[in-house]
Structures are given as structure tokens and as C-alpha cells.
Design a protein around this ligand. Structure first.
Ligand code: ZN
Length: 384
């Protein structure tokens, strides 16, 4: 059951939400921000339950009144959900059954990759047509005697269309609540952000994630479990995916090794290994956006570990990655690491910007080759 008590950690946020509901000065637009693996959706739903509950307790909803029961099933008549959809003729309303199923199966902890995997389709977006449904719905009064609520899950997928809800966010009808849920504020319009009461989720503690993965992935090796916690960076979904990744055909670690192998001895062996990098780019270009971003994030993780090893002689990378780190550690200086992080960051933006990812990955490889072997690349550049 989803309630404040069952939402993972984030105690101070719970307290401030509870205080706001009790104060009778409830803001009408709320933005919950945090990776879905931190429990962002359950937190928003626990908040809604507390608002609607007809037998509210000091620090939580009752869980058994009819409002609580309906919200638990995501079937409260006055709470309307909008989420990314895959086809123009099958919007949120028709996806609700799927949404309820995944919500119940994963206790509210799932992200857009899970949502897309669930449908086997990867072009999820919040379409323009949804906006008119939202406006329509929010112009009507509640069926019950409480609030009318609009939840928008993964609101960053709304893009510029979100402009159209600005007016209603600014001048809402009385007794309406907007609950916007996003993984990050980067792709949200500043005008949307400024109209919301912002609730930031905090990373889940390593201790919690450690216990969780040991319980849910008990067969994974000790090394993988320990690394999963470190790699997850407070995100439960990432921890589980890291472990599952070792069983899947596409391994981030293997892809990174191959990519980096394509760049080794760039200067002395004259592109002898570059095919490894190109093959790795080919593999990556064939993956979905989420996995492409994950690869790039994994590269950032690798770079952080490399930096850590250089400065402290310790790092949390797995044995396999350790070999790569030890290879690069003597070659790469801190200013090169900084440039490396910048180009990876640019590539993450390119994935969201719908760039041709094969070209993007290859140019990352070449640019990285230049950074890691600056002298040699300068020579090539002047020849061109
Ligand atoms: Zn209740």
C-alpha cells in the first residue's frame, strides 16, 4: 500500500507535505522532482491520499476509507492521470489500465524505460491532444465534495506544449490541484516551474539500497551487489538495472570496454584499434534512448572512478573496470578528465535532442581520442 509510512526515506519532505495539508493553505500546483527510482511517484500519491482521506491520521492517511481505497487503485473519479503515450489514437485515458497494472506490480517505483518496455515501444511522449483533455477536465467540478486533481507523470515529456497549461496553473478554478511529476527540471519551462510548489526527492541511502538489492537480487555476486549500490547513486531502479544488466545481452561494462579499447594507443598504433570503437558505436546506435543515456552515464561514472583512483588510489569500480582504470590512470591528467566529462554531457543532450546517435557516438570517440592523446591529434588536425 502506498502511504507516507511506506514511501522510502525522504522524511523531511513528508513532514512538510503533511504540514501543508493540515495548514489549510494548500498550494494548487505541486511539482515533485526526483528520479523515479527515489520513489517520486509514490510520494506524490501518498500526498494525494493524505489530502483526500476522510479519516486522516496525524501523520498519514487511514488507508481504508473509500477515497484511500480508490486512490490506491488509481481509480478515484476526481483524479485524472496523464502520462506519455505511444500512438496518437491511444492516449492516457486508454493507457490507464496499463498504468494501474505497472503501478501495482512495481509499487509505484518505475520509470519511463519500464513504461516503454511494458509496451515494447520507445517513442513515448505527451501529445498535444492530451492538453485539451486536461483543460477540459479541469474546467469541470469534482464529482465528490473534494478537489479535482490532475496528475501529469513525466511532465518533461510534454515539451513546449506545456505552455498551454500555464494559464490554468496561474488562474486555477477553486478546488483544483495539479500534481506534476518529473525526473529533472532541466527540460521543464521556467514558467511552469515558477508556478509550482517544488518538492525535491532526495537520493535513497546506500544502506537502504544495499538491503533492497540483497533481498531482491540475492543470487547476484557480492562484487556486483556492492557495485550496484555505488553505481545507483541513490536510485533504486538504477541499482536493480545494474545487476540485471549483467545477465542481459547488452552489457554497459562490455560496451564501455570495447569503446575505450578502440581508443587505446591511438598515438602509437595509428587507429589500429579504432574498429572496436566503431563497432561499439554501431551497437549503441541500435539501442533505445534510455540505454544510450545509460551508457553515457556509465561513462561518467567510469570517469569519476578514474579521477578518484588518480587522487586517492581507491575506487569502487568492479574488477573488470579496474583494469581499464589502471590503464588510463597514468595517461590521463585532470584537465583531460574535465574535457572528457564535458563532451559526455553534450552527448547526453544530443540523445534527447534526437541527433543521429551513430554520428554522435563516433564523434564522441574521435573527440575523446583527441583529448586522451592530444599531441597526436594535433598533428592530424594540422594535416587536414
Ligand atoms: Zn483514508
Amino acid at each position: 500500500m502506498i502511504s507516507f509510512e511506506n514511501v522510502i526515506e525522504n522524511e523531511s519532505l513528508k513532514t512538510s507535505l503533511i504540514t501543508q495539508v493540515k495548514s489549510d493553505k494548500l498550494h494548487h500546483a505541486h511539482l515533485f522532482v526526483g528520479k523515479m527510482g527515489m520513489g517520486t511517484l509514490p510520494m506524490a500519491m501518498a500526498f494525494l491520499k493524505y489530502i483526500y482521506c476522510s479519516d486522516r491520521k496525524t501523520n498519514d492517511s487511514c488507508g481504508s476509507c473509500s477515497n484511500c481505497v480508490k486512490i490506491e487503485k488509481l481509480s478515484h473519479i476526481d483524479i485524472h492521470f496523464t502520462m506519455p503515450s505511444f500512438k496518437i489514437d491511444k492516449l492516457s485515458g486508454e493507457l490507464m489500465e496499463d498504468f494501474r497494472a505497472i503501478y501495482s506490480e512495481k509499487s509505484g517505483i518505475f520509470d519511463s524505460k519500464d513504461w516503454m518496455d511494458h509496451h515494447g515501444q520507445y517513442n513515448a511522449t505527451i501529445r498535444a491532444k492530451e492538453i485539451s483533455d486536461i483543460l477540459n477536465n479541469m474546467s469541470m467540478t469534482a464529482h465528490g465534495n473534494g478537489y479535482k486533481t490532475q496528475v501529469i507523470w513525466m511532465v518533461e515529456e510534454m515539451g513546449l506544449e506545456s505552455n498551454k497549461i500555464l494559464k490554468i496553473l496561474e488562474e486555477p478554478n477553486s478546488e483544483t490541484i495539479f500534481i506534476l511529476i518529473a525526473e529533472s527540471m532541466e527540460r521543464l519551462l521556467p514558467t511552469i516551474i515558477s508556478r509550482c510548489n517544488i518538492h525535491r526527492m532526495e537520493s535513497i541511502s546506500d544502506t537502504f539500497i544495499d538491503n533492497y538489492v540483497r533481498e531482491h537480487r540475492s543470487k547476484a555476486s557480492e562484487d556486483i551487489l556492492v557495485n550496484a549500490v555505488r553505481f545507483a547513486n541513490g536510485d533504486l531502479i538504477e541499482a536493480i538495472r545494474y545487476i540485471d544488466d549483467f545477465d542481459s545481452e547488452f552489457s554497459l561494462e562490455q560496451a564501455l570496454r570495447k569503446f575505450m579499447r578502440g581508443l587505446t594507443k591511438f598515438e602509437t598504433r595509428k587507429f589500429q584499434n579504432i574498429n572496436f570503437m566503431l563497432e561499439s558505436c554501431e551497437d549503441l546506435a541500435g539501442q533505445n534512448k534510455q540505454l544510450q543515456v545509460k551508457f553515457l552515464e556509465f561513462m561518467l561514472y567510469f570517469v569519476h572512478q578514474l579521477m578518484r583512483y588518480k587522487t586517492t588510489r581507491t575506487c569502487s569500480a568492479s574488477e573488470v573496470l579496474m583494469a581499464v582504470i589502471q590503464h588510463y590512470e597514468s595517461i590521463v591528467e585532470l584537465d583531460q578528465i574535465e574535457a572528457w566529462m564535458k563532451i559526455v554531457d553534450n552527448n547526453i543532450r544530443a540523445v534527447y535532442g534526437n541527433a543521429n546517435m551513430k554520428i554522435s557516438f563516433v564523434s564522441l570517440g574521435i573527440e575523446l581520442g583527441r583529448i586522451l592523446n592530444r599531441k597526436e591529434f594535433e598533428m592530424i588536425s594540422t594535416k587536414l
